[in-house]
Design a protein around this ligand. Structure first.
Ligand SMILES: [Zn+2]
Ligand SMILES: [Zn+2]
Length: 128
């Protein structure tokens, strides 16, 4: 396995493999980008966070949003090549429309009738 030199190890600009956008470093500095702010796709390059030592290099699709109890949002990324799943904190300039769509997806594609929720909520009201 040959080691491919990554051009974003020092938080430099890089070109997104998924949408072709030239991604510039986070202006506030400090944190490395781990996904493209335009399409939200990432790449499977880390074994441990930020080490860039994984040989997979598969594209990682944003499949959902995870909200911590603190209210902080993270993206859930799944590698299309090997299936690995990881979470990555969102950045201030991430595409808000795509974030919203991801967050809304489960609500707009319910696997059960909405009527069930209605009656469940009524049941909950009685308990509260
Ligand atoms: Zn992109
Ligand atoms: Zn992978």
């Amino acid at each position: 396995m040959s080691r491919i030199r990554q051009n974003n190890t020092n938080n430099e600009s890089f070109i997104c493999k998924h949408c072709g956008t030239t991604v510039v470093p986070i202006l506030s500095g400090g944190r490395q980008r781990n996904h493209c702010p335009e399409c939200l796709w990432s790449r499977h390059v880390d074994l441990a966070k930020g080490d860039r030592r994984c040989g997979c290099r598969g594209e990682m699709e944003p499949i959902g949003v995870w909200v911590k109890p603190s209210g902080e949002w993270s993206l859930i990324h799944k590698c299309v090549k090997c299936g690995f799943i990881r979470t990555n904190r969102i950045a201030a300039d991430d595409n808000e429309i795509l974030l919203f769509n991801l967050a809304a997806r489960p609500i707009t594609m319910l696997p059960f009738p909405v009527d069930n929720i209605d009656s469940s909520l009524k049941g909950l009201e009685k308990i509260i």
